[in-house]
Design a protein around this ligand. Structure first.
Ligand code: GLY
Length: 370
């Protein structure tokens, strides 16, 4: 049994299916989108040995053949060299305008595969089969696709909505605890930004979720996808409200840049630390009570997650350098950084009216505590 969350975007509308065993049923789900019984699958070298044969069998059940390319796993794949390799491979496979590309992996493969589909023959359809919690609750939904540039993360890309998303909660069982918790950073972000009841629910159920409770995992993925879909439908191309999804991300991007986008800090870990810093800044600005950042930090600690700059095991630049990295963020508008601040847990808002001196003091105190 799967749950469906519909993303009503007019002629770009699609369904996100969430449930167990969806990879094994992929043929049934994807067949209605095909003009010829074949697909091209982009995946990575971690996912392929674990799940590619299940996908192949699921497609073959419906008479669909598959060719696949497994790229190296990891953030460094998300750049021009592997992107052009993927696009040229799709052309070699004679993928036509009416064919479907399948992005089968985590956020890197989803973003790169979606962008390849966006530019191949000026745009072919694609299906996201996200295999990490982070990709299921965030990157596979909403149509942001792209790659990184030496100038920064996600600076090259396109909005290209998938035709279908299959979030198979069975595959989450093969994630390491660290990867699962990194994805949880994005889950808890939804509670913090717009649903206090969901945050309460996560405080109660988050630990069971991390320990493998399937029903809890499905509920959390569903609630996250519903919230993301709502925001994306209001603001598909991030002219306004969609920036709320970036709660914690401006701090996170500076920390990721400082740690070389390496395994020293996974994206979702940076998001969790960034959310804690965003709530601390909000409290110092008098926007929310001190209870909010304390509760955020207590929950992240309870989950065994990274919470503070002290939890990052490497040198970090000083507060001014971190602030300078934050100013490189895509959310800079007319030279002013837009911040996502909070009035309470579940009540975030976007503002450019933040005193940089307060942000600097928050960073300085967090660095001093290391
Ligand atoms: N990950 C943020 C967004 O999709 O807008």
């Amino acid at each position: 049994m799967s749950i469906t969350v519909h993303v009503p975007l007019g002629d770009r509308a699609y369904d996100v299916r969430i449930g167990e065993g969806l990879v094994a049923q992929a043929g049934l789900e994807i067949a209605p989108f095909l003009h010829q019984p074949r697909v091209a699958v982009l995946t990575d070298e971690t996912v392929a040995p674990l799940h590619l044969e299940t996908l192949r069998a699921g497609l073959a059940d419906q008479g669909i053949s598959m060719v696949s390319l497994a790229l190296p796993a990891g953030e460094s794949t998300k750049g021009w060299p592997q992107f052009s390799r993927a696009v040229e491979w799709l052309l070699e496979q004679k993928i036509e305008r009416r064919d479907v590309v399948v992005a089968f992996g985590g956020g890197v493969i989803g973003d790169l595969g979606g962008f390849a589909a966006a530019v191949l023959r000026r745009g072919v359809r694609f299906v996201q089969i996200p295999t990490t919690l982070l990709a299921q609750v965030d990157s596979s939904v909403g149509g942001k696709t792209g790659i990184n540039s030496p100038h920064g993360k996600n600076l090259i890309g396109a909005f290209h909505q998938p035709s279908l998303v299959l979030a198979d909660t069975t595959v989450l069982e093969t994630l390491t605890r660290r990867d699962f918790l990194a994805g949880y950073g994005e889950v808890v972000k939804y509670g913090m930004l717009g649903d206090a009841e969901f945050f309460d629910w996560l405080e109660q159920n988050g630990p069971a979720m991390a320990d493998g409770d399937i029903a809890a995992r499905q509920y959390a993925v569903r609630r996250s996808v519903e919230m993301k879909a709502d925001i994306v439908v209001r603001d598909e191309t991030e002219q306004g409200d969609r920036a709320l999804l970036n709660l914690g991300h401006t701090f996170c991007h500076a920390l990721e840049a400082s740690t070389g986008y390496s395994s020293r800090l996974l994206h979702g870990e940076g998001v969790a630390i960034g959310c804690a810093l965003a709530f601390e800044t909000s409290a110092r600005l008098g926007l929310c009570s001190q209870e909010s950042p304390s509760r955020v930090r207590a929950h992240l600690r309870d989950m065994g997650m990274k919470v503070d700059l002290a939890d990052i095991e490497s040198e970090l630049p000083d507060a001014d350098a971190l602030l300078a990295l934050m100013s490189q963020d895509k959310k800079v508008l007319d030279g002013k950084l837009r911040f996502i601040m909070a009035r309470a847990i579940g009540d975030a808002f976007i503002t450019s009216d933040v005193d940089y001196k307060v942000v600097r003091a928050v960073l300085q105190d967090a660095l001093d505590a290391r």
